[in-house]
Design a protein around this ligand. Structure first.
Ligand code: SF4
Ligand code: SF4
Length: 277
């Protein structure tokens, strides 16, 4: 079973919840797909046992074969290539290149444009006790996280108990994570901003047709704003993490109250499992 934990925005407590949830349900695989800002390892503290480069193909032009016709630059949808015909020079902007391969496909001169691998990030694997760790880290300035997220996902074996920390927001990286999971937990805070961003994620998850529930973080008795939203939208708040100074203090030191939430999060996993069966 694959459960993804998502949120409409960063800073809602998504990683806090995900790491607690993975720990409580060990043996499990924790997957950090928030590759632009991964931080699950701060709390799980895995021993990294394997690290490999993630590369994609980018163009390289051979001056001796290129006629500087400019077709490759004209057809590049991301303007990552510039051909300066009068001086017979070319410029390549790797931070704009999406490795789509169009330039190499349209080049009419054999051997003028070759594709070479360029490192765009890394994939890491490790172990924190009975929690196996898998995650990606994208190089700064890369235009899209989606290919690395796809590569991380390919490392997941289907029969595992998989807990996925999704990137925040509602853009392509989140869709790439959520599109083939079994269940989604949406972590939100009971604040106007939190509820606004949650509502966008709810629309996305509904569009994807995934079963989902809300996890309320920083729950405070008397603040019913998130509850009212959930009631209006007919969504269950399936779990609550209270608003407590001690949890925040521990978070700032990379320490979470794993034991305290263990039983509740085990029951939560079983509840979702029963529901899906
Ligand atoms: S399309 Fe090929 S031949 Fe034309 S400028 Fe680009 S690399 Fe050179
Ligand atoms: S691979 Fe695609 S994005 Fe990159 S330079 Fe070629 S056409 Fe442009």
């Amino acid at each position: 079973m694959k459960i993804a934990i998502a949120s409409g925005k960063g800073g809602t407590g998504k990683t806090t919840f995900t790491t607690l949830f993975a720990y409580a349900n060990r043996p499990a695989l924790y997957v950090d797909t928030d590759v632009e800002e991964p931080n699950g390892h701060f709390f799980l503290k895995p021993e990294i046992t394997e690290e490999k480069d993630f590369s994609e193909l980018v163009p390289e032009i051979k001056d001796d074969k290129c006629t500087f016709c400019g077709i490759c630059a004209d057809e590049c949808p991301y303007k990552a290539l510039v051909i300066i015909k009068p001086t017979k020079k070319w410029l390549f902007f790797p931070e704009l290149c999406h490795s789509c391969g169009i330039c190499s496909y349209v080049c009419p001169e054999k051997g003028a444009l070759v594709e070479v691998p360029r490192k765009k990030g890394i994939i890491r694997k490790g172990k924190a006790g009975d929690v196996r760790f898998l995650g990606g880290l994208l190089n700064l300035g890369e235009p899209t996280a989606v290919p690395l997220i796809s590569a991380v996902k390919r490392e997941i074996k289907d029969d595992e108990k998989v807990i996925i920390d999704a990137p925040p927001g509602t853009s392509c990286p989140v869709v790439e994570v959520l599109r083939d999971v079994d269940y989604v937990l949406l972590v939100s805070e009971p604040t106007p901003f939190g509820i606004h961003d949650l509502s966008l994620t709810v629309e996305l998850v509904r569009d994807l047709g995934k079963p989902f529930s809300i996890v309320e973080n920083k729950y405070k008795e008397g603040n019913t704003s998130l509850e009212e939203y959930a009631k209006k939208e007919n969504i269950e708040i399936i779990y609550r993490i209270p608003f407590e100074e001690e949890i925040a203090k521990g978070y700032s030191k990379g320490e979470l109250p794993f034991a305290r939430f263990e039983q509740g999060m085990k029951e939560l996993y079983q509840k979702i499992e029963r529901r899906l069966k």
